[in-house]
Design a protein around this ligand. Structure first.
Ligand code: AMP
Length: 452
């Protein structure tokens, strides 16, 4: 609590020496008067957001108390946020939400061991939104000064978090901006300048681009979230993350939430450095998807895989499927071959331009495509309910990725199926996966009809 008040009582001009040297400390309310915009024809004023059509009260969001479950009603959340939660159809907190929210809503730092599928995104967003709504800023605000910052390793994940944030913020008046590489920089800059920004969700690289061009200032950040810290470490982003954090208020003057799928010694070291007396919450991976996913492992030779894959995904039970491979070139070849064979397939991998990836995801969500070939990095942030099957065309090198992959199906209580191919090149990875899952996977030869 104290630290948050401290964070806010500091005037921007007192804490941002770099800003004094840089002219554009423009009041957010007059963003269009920046030098760049002044040279053009004056833009029309942005219209105020239309008011929601009808008033609403929490009494319309009826969720009966249930033994052992926490309702969002029990957490004293602001009404506009409750309305967003109600509209998303959430009723009871997921385990990580129930464990972490009582602390984070009280201003404590937290480190959470949790991965996608656990509801961690809503856990940190609900904390952020409640904090921002409960402590409105009375003084004048400046362009490019977010009050909350969320950083995540991949563009897909950032987009997903920003989408969730926009949904939860729908009735709050808070302005969410996402900053990611590979898409129009100027458009993101305009979003930042349009009005005072409350929540920025960003990949580290693109955020640093904005920082280096003095288009964003992080000294007013009251609450910061570092998501998928382990993945940031794997992808070599930690130096950038350190620089970003060094531009925010010190850890006793901001609230910090850190999430990671694993707690390795490296991650725990970083958490210690970045958080202040955090609460620690761990949600085990096998409580995520395993219960609702039927896991099949086929023993197959490398040269039989493609034919087997086509047979498997032609089955009528396959409504939509994500096929994972470890390498980009494998995904490319697979995508090419499946498309040639008439499958409505899309591809998600790091070398595909961002706008194309976003389109592919949209087409997959809408059902225009029902097959998606993906690498782990690109596939990690996919949160789509209703994916019936996941295929591991190659077994992942990191057993955690197996859990992430199969967690793309069997979501929201639905049943899902994962089919993994174990061939001479990668079957040796099975024992490590089984160890992480805490159970044996029954590897079998594919049924005859799938091989002919
Ligand atoms: P995440 O772990 O953040 O990837 O969230 C997984 C999915 O669970 C997302 O589709 C969320 O919209 C959904 N979700 C998050 N919290 C809840 C909740 N309390 N009740 C129902 N669904 C939720």
């Amino acid at each position: 609590m104290l630290k948050k008040l401290f964070g806010k009582s500091v005037k921007p001009s007192e804490t941002a020496p770099d800003k004094a040297a840089t002219p554009p400390a423009t009041p957010a309310s007059s963003a269009s008067s920046t030098p760049k915009a002044a040279a053009k024809t004056p833009k029309p004023r942005a219209k105020a957001k239309p008011k929601p059509p009808k008033s609403w009260s929490v009494s319309e969001f009826n969720v009966p108390p249930e033994e052992g479950k926490t309702r969002f009603h029990d957490l004293n959340l602001p009404e506009p946020l409750m309305r967003g939660i109600a509209e998303l159809g959430y009723e009871y907190c997921s385990p990580i939400q129930a464990q972490v929210l009582p602390y984070t809503l009280d201003g404590y730092d937290a480190i959470g061991k949790a991965q996608t599928g656990t509801g961690k995104t809503a856990a940190f967003l609900i904390t952020v939104i409640t904090d921002l709504l409960n402590k409105p800023v009375e003084s004048e605000r400046y362009v490019g000064e977010p009050r909350a910052l969320v950083i995540a390793p991949t563009r897909e994940l950032v987009q997903q978090i920003a989408d969730d944030a926009k949904n939860l913020c729908k009735y709050t008046g808070l302005h969410v901006v996402s900053l990611i590489g590979g898409v129009d920089y100027d458009r993101q800059q305009r979003e930042l300048e349009k009005q005072a920004v409350d929540i920025v969700v960003a990949t580290p690289g693109r955020l640093m681009d904005f920082k280096e061009r003095s288009q964003i200032y992080l000294d007013q950040v009251e609450i910061m979230v570092i998501d998928e810290a382990d993945r940031m470490l794997d992808m070599g982003f930690i130096p950038q993350v350190k620089r970003i954090i060094s531009h925010t208020p010190k850890k006793t003057a901001r609230q910090t939430l850190l999430f990671s799928a694993t707690f390795t010694p490296d991650i725990l070291n970083l958490s210690e450095r970045w958080t202040h007396e955090p609460v620690r919450v761990e949600i085990e991976p096998d409580s995520v998807a395993a219960d609702t996913v039927e896991q099949i492992v086929y023993i197959v030779s490398a040269d039989e895989k493609l034919a087997l894959l086509k047979k498997c995904i032609s089955d009528e039970s396959v409504e939509s499927v994500i096929i994972f491979a470890n390498r980009r070139d494998t995904t490319r070849k697979l995508h090419e071959k499946l498309t040639k064979s008439g499958f409505k397939a899309g591809i998600l991998s790091g070398d595909i331009p961002q706008n194309k990836r976003s389109r592919t995801l949209e087409d997959f969500k809408s059902g225009k495509l029902n097959v998606l070939v993906a690498t782990d990095v690109a596939g990690r942030g996919i949160h789509i309910n209703g994916i019936s099957h996941v295929v591991n065309y190659t077994l992942p090198e990191d057993p955690e990725d197996y859990v992430h992959r199969i967690g793309r199906t069997g979501r929201a209580g639905a049943q899902g199926v994962s089919i993994s191919f174990a061939c001479e090149d990668d079957a040796f990875m099975l024992p490590d996966i089984e160890q992480l899952l805490g159970r044996k996977l029954n590897a079998v030869l594919p049924p005859e009809d799938l091989l002919n």
